[in-house]
Write a protein that binds this ligand. Sequence first.
Ligand code: ING
Length: 311
Amino acid sequence: MSSSRPLGLAVAQLGPIHLADTRAQVVKRLIEMLREAKSRGAEMVVFPELALTTFFPRYWMSEEEAVERFFETQMPNAATQPLFDEAKRLGVGFYIGYAELTPEGERFNTSIMVNRAGEIVGKYRKIHLPGHSDHKPDAPFQHLEKKFFKVGNLGFRVFDADGVKTGMCICNDRRWPETYRVLALQSAELVVLGYNTPSHNIHWDEPVHLRTSTHLVSLMANAYQNAVWVAAAAKCGKEDGFHMIGSSAIVAPTGEVVARSLTEDDEVICVRADLALGDNFRQHVFNFAKHRSPEHYRLIVERTGAGEPVA
Ligand code: ING
């Protein structure tokens, strides 16, 4: 067994953010959870995807209106500076998701990693964008990530967050094994992510329990198969009546859920994550260098959609 490398790891789940809620009100909630996480031993806190606003892709509107109401042109900015200041004062690093408008006018579903000194050490832009770009007036709500966001152009990267090799992703990315494998091939030991997952599927009559089971099985399988810790933060509950699942979770490299949220409100879960736990899996069952055969995996890169069996 390797020697232990403990990390105080917390997930700060957000309950609903309604259209009427201001960024100042949200940042106050984030700071309260940051303080609670610190009091429970956290050194790193994971906040949700699009953590500053309601999940606005559920609404049909013009790109211009969306940008005006829900996008950030700078990070930090006046609304979020208090969060950065408090995190630095407490000596806690954090991941947070937000809608990014770049100076060139490009729109991304973005997350950043901030270290304990308050420096942004990494940025990620969501690659797997679910949903649609057309208006579906007959649907109970929209899922317009393909309208409001461009596919991320920064790739899946691993950043040094106070000595922890940390990979970032966002929401739907967690359902795709490629996300974690590309991060694990860069020696990630922790993957952090936020999500907003509507309870109901607008495309077919999906049993509602599957939203939680597919969310959890995606985290558990990929944590184990890549020997990484996974920390996933929900924004959840009913936002102006539109329900999203909770089940924020921290998963060990064993694939076991070691902490899970119980409510659909603001809630902090926190664990003492031994980062050395992954070593045993990386050195043996998932020793990539010893056991992988990329020459047999080519289809994964060469094909986008499924095609005919290889002759
Ligand atoms: N939300 C959902 C998610 O991936 C979704 C969308 C749910 C897609 C279930 C497919 C199945 O959790 C976001 N924001 O990606």
